[in-house]
Ligand binder design. Sequence first.
Ligand code: 9MG
Length: 355
Amino acid sequence: MQRTYITPRGILRGVAARAGLAHGQAWPMPGSAPGGQAFTAAIVSRRAGAVVSQSLITRIEYDAGKPDPDIDRELLGIGAPRGPFAGHSLSRPLIMGVLNVTPDSFSDGGKFSDLGAAVTHGRAMAAAGATLVDVGGESTRPGAAPVDAGEEVMRTAGVVKALTSDGVAISIDTRHASVMSAGVSAGARVINDITALADPLALEVAAKSGVDVILMHMQGEPRTMQDDPVYAWAPGDVHDFLRARVDACRAAGIPLSRIAIDIGLGFGKTAAHNAELLDHLGMFHSLGCPLVVGASRKSFIGRLSAGEGSHDRLPGSLASALVAVAQGAQILRVHDVAETRQALALQAAAYTPGA
Ligand code: 9MG
């Protein structure tokens, strides 16, 4: 079977974007970059998993030729309206702060496993510019063992309740349907699931809850996912997976307007897979959903650099965030909220409309 994907390339901003759109030379790019962007497309086709062709096409060339239903479907998704998500406009990038309420998180060493410390840190991230705080009670770092769902509820419910009553918007980071239910009852506005709602009860719980969902791609499971990840072509394989999960959500009664997707950097991927996925991030707009990206402090940053430990990966985390927003990502999941906000402010200033 042949599949066709569109990766936005030749991304235009400001006056160039407006001229490209006005003259039918480019397509409008979804995303949160200020001033709007437009793109010409790289068309990638693959058969039986293997990439068989890649070509660049401008809008004028495409519109003058024979319509291709596969390309039209991708373009329709790219053009679908986005947002709001978790009640917030997506016209600028949103920051989602990471709050691990676990004794063994890889990046914060379990600093926030007590309720008071967790709530204080959640408030501080909101004050520093996080629109959402992502509360998780199970470590998902490579090699981590699963946690009992009851224990996860004990760790997270009080934190979700306390931050919600302060007016902080919360996503509950869990792969267990019972934890999703408890999180939503405690006030969470978003379910963030690294398994894209694979728990047999998760689709029903998410549909009934009425909250927004984040579907993430993971190959394997945390304990063994980094042993030997293999893809035919990582961007295409992850795209096919996420399309199938978006379709499953819609069939279960979750409308597209409530779904965001995430390529799952670091989850069953080599450093090269992560880099290739970031390079092709714009391809995922064709699924018609906002894009969430979580690169913050992940080990692939050290692998692509000089082997830095998790606390020395801020520069690579910020670089990844800027690469993601330049390709239209709408939500960034990060540990370092104030630093990310500063980096985004600089990017936004350089992308000023009219420039
Ligand atoms: C829970 N969690 C850890 N890393 C993540 C990522 O990259 N994305 C999302 N959505 N959740 C994550």
